[in-house]
Design a protein around this ligand. Structure first.
Ligand code: FAD
Ligand code: NAP
Length: 313
């Protein structure tokens, strides 16, 4: 039986692995279905990780993290977890793709989240080169420039407001004329002098060259086409929390999740099930930043060590 199974090898999972092994847990395995590093490895530049100044790609930032963990005894198994369930003795069973099963005294779920893609032409081609899903991360690259934002939910409107303080102008493109964001946020957006609402419109295409995005072609409901010349578009059409490992055979979740499927945790990253922790983007109110995910991972590991110690075996 493992002391600890960590599911996901992004910033949260890797930091959990570092703290758990360095903190004395013996049998710790991090199940990561791909190469460790997480979604930040898709980012061409990261500027806001403390202590790392200068231009650095997400891939470069994460490169040394696995090696640091392995030094203290973390084992990485490149396997996809399909489900976690509770055994009758309160330990956990981790089901792996391919049929293998592993028991663990405690589990930290760090499976992250995945921004939804809107599906327009050029979205994948220019992702990371002008198409972004993170205003906190990439907004500064467009300081005093015009940008577009796509979406009509809380995230799109809040991020449009954030970008309006950095950029000279924000075109907020939404497929309807009514927003699903909260009324207070809508009011602030409508009152913002440098946010232009482009309503009843869909993005047909994002175009550019090898250097990146040059503009966005939008079409309104009447079929009129408009060419908005911007070097960046931020796509906020919803997030998918990667919580499928917590789904049980009967469709319920192993622990409490909120209405968006985010895992409910306390300040110690404890879920509603003893011995089960969640860290990073998957948890409620996650700021969705590398530094925060890493902090969560450390917190969860420290608490997992205490939990395993308390079992006294
Ligand atoms: P993730 O990084 O999502 O890692 C989860 C890991 O779990 C993945 O590696 C995945 O393969 C694995 N996994 C998922 N399901 C399973 C399973 N069933 N079995 C096994 N493995 C599984 N943040 C910043 O602070 N600054 C930035 O500049 C910045 N830029 C960004 C740019 C882009 C393009 C994107 C997409 C995000 C950016 N972010 C940035 C956000 C940041 O990447 C995330 O907040 C952070 O990576 C979350 O870490 P995490 O460990 O919670 O999850
Ligand atoms: P969301 O509420 O699901 O909104 C997604 C938006 O994207 C919607 O306006 C939707 O349009 C649009 N959209 C979806 N697919 C699209 C596509 N293919 N092309 C163009 N537009 C598309 O997602 P979210 O804003 O990320 O929020 C997720 C949840 O978190 C929400 O429940 C939200 O309230 C919550 N949240 C809360 C806060 C807060 O409380 N401060 C902050 C952020 C998020 P339609 O409106 O036409 O469907």
């Amino acid at each position: 039986m493992l002391d600890l199974a960590i599911i996901g090898g992004g910033p949260a999972g890797l930091t959990a692995g570092l703290y758990a092994t360095r903190g004395g847990l013996k049998d710790v395995v991090m199940f990561e279905k791909g190469m460790p590093g997480g979604q930040i490895t898709q980012s061409s530049e990261i500027e806001n990780y403390p202590g790392v100044s200068g231009e650095i790609s997400g891939m470069d930032l994460m490169q040394s993290w696995p090696e640091q963990c392995m030094k203290y005894g973390l084992r990485h198994e490149m396997k996809e977890v399909t489900r976690v369930s509770l055994n009758s003795d309160k330990s956990f069973k981790v089901f792996l793709a391919g049929g293998e099963e592993v028991d663990a005294k405690s589990v930290i779920v760090c499976t992250g989240s995945t921004p939804r893609r809107a599906g327009f032409k050029g979205e994948d081609e220019f992702f990371g080169k002008g198409v972004s899903t993170c205003a906190t991360c990439d907004g500064f690259f467009y300081k005093d420039k015009e940008v577009a934002v796509l979406g009509g939910g809380d995230t799109a409107l809040e991020e449009a407001l954030y970008l309006s303080k950095i950029c000279s102008k924000v075109y907020l493109i939404h497929r309807r004329d009514a927003f699903r964001a909260s009324p207070a946020t809508i009011k602030r957006v409508r009152e913002s002098e440098n946010i232009e609402l482009v309503l009843n419109s869909v993005v047909k295409e994002v175009y550019g060259n090898a250097m990146g995005v040059e503009g966005v072609l939008v079409t309104d409901k009447k079929g009129n086409e408009r060419d908005i010349k911007v070097p960046g578009i931020f796509v906020f059409v919803g997030m998918n929390v990667n919580n499928s490992v917590l789904k049980q055979g009967d469709g319920s979740y192993l622990c409490d999740v909120n209405k968006w499927g985010e895992v409910v945790v306390d300040l110690s990253m404890r879920t509603s099930v003893e011995g089960l922790f969640a860290a990073g983007d998957i948890r409620i109110e996650a700021p969705k930043q590398v530094v925060c995910a890493a902090g969560d991972g450390a917190t969860a590991a420290i608490k997992a060590i205490s939990y395993v110690d308390s079992l006294g075996e």
